[in-house]
Ligand binder design. Structure first.
Ligand SMILES: Cc1cc2nc3c(=O)[nH]c(=O)nc-3n(C[C@H](O)[C@H](O)[C@H](O)COP(=O)(O)O)c2cc1C
Length: 201
C-alpha cells in the first residue's frame, strides 16, 4: 500500500501515535546527512553562546527531515574570545589553511548533504573545506546553509561548487545568527520554507 506523508500524519493524528517530528521517508527517497561546523563562546551580535547558531539550524533540519547529523569538530578548538577567534580565522583564510577535525563520516550512503557553517570573513571557515575536499560527493546533492551577521551566503554556494565539482550544488539558504539563537519560530519557518522548496516536506 502506498502511503503519503499527509496520510501518515492524518493516521498518526487519528490514532494518537507519538510522532518523531517530520521524518521524510514517506515524502522522499533522499538519504539525508546534515554536516555542520559551528562555534560556541563569544559571538558577534549574540553575546556568549553555549550552543552555536549554525548548530541550532542544523538540528532543526535534521529533526524535520530525519537526516543524520555530523559535526565538524576542530582538532584544535577555536578561541572563546571573539577577537582572538577573528585573528585565527583571518590567518587561516589568508594561508588557505586546512585545519584538522576530529572523527569522520562515510558520506557514500547519502544522496543529499546539507552543509552548514557560519560566515567567517565573507567565506565558509577553512575547516569546512578540509571536510569537503576529503570526501567524494560525485552525483550527490549538496545544499549549503549558513548563519551570519549580515553577509548572507556571500557566494559560498559558488565556492562549494568549485570545491566539489562532481556534486550537484543546489540553491542554499541563510539566516542571521541572532535569529537562529533568539527567534526559534522564525528559524523553524525559514527551514520549513526551504525544505518545501527542495521538495522534502
Ligand atoms: C571569525 C569570525 C568572522 C566572522 N565574519 C563574518 C562575516 O564576514 N560576515 C558576517 O555576516 N558575519 C561574520 N561573523 C559572524 C558569524 O557568521 C555569525 O555570528 C554566525 O551566526 C556564527 O555562527 P556559529 O555560532 O554557528 O559559529 C563572523 C564571526 C566570526 C567568529
Amino acid at each position: 500500500m502506498n502511503i503519503t506523508r499527509r496520510d501518515f500524519l492524518k493516521l498518526a493524528g487519528a490514532t494518537g501515535l507519538a510522532l518523531s517530528f517530520g521524518r521524510v521517508e514517506a515524502a522522499t527517497n533522499e538519504k539525508i546527512l546534515v554536516v555542520y561546523f559551528s562555534r560556541t563562546g563569544e559571538e558577534y551580535g549574540t553575546g556568549n553562546i553555549s550552543k552555536g547558531n549554525t548548530e541550532i539550524v542544523a538540528e532543526i533540519i535534521a529533526q524535520r527531515t530525519g537526516g543524520d547529523l555530523f559535526e565538524i569538530k576542530p582538532a584544535q578548538a577555536y578561541p572563546n574570545s571573539y577577537e582572538d577567534c577573528k585573528k585565527v580565522a583571518s590567518r587561516e583564510k589568508a594561508t588557505k589553511a586546512r585545519p584538522e577535525f576530529v572523527g569522520d563520516i562515510d558520506v557514500a550512503p547519502y544522496t543529499m548533504i546539507f552543509c552548514g557553517y557560519p560566515i567567517w570573513y565573507g567565506d565558509a571557515p577553512q575547516i569546512v573545506y578540509t571536510f569537503l575536499e576529503r570526501h567524494d560527493f560525485g552525483g550527490k546533492k549538496i545544499v549549503p546553509f549558513c548563519t551570519h551577521g549580515g553577509s548572507g551566503l556571500s557566494s559560498t554556494d559558488q565556492t562549494i561548487s568549485m570545491t566539489c565539482p562532481t556534486a550537484k550544488v543546489l540553491r542554499g539558504f541563510e539566516m542571521r545568527g541572532s535569529v537562529a539563537q533568539n527567534n526559534r519560530s522564525q528559524a523553524e519557518s525559514t527551514v520549513v520554507e526551504n525544505l518545501r522548496r527542495l521538495g522534502l516536506m
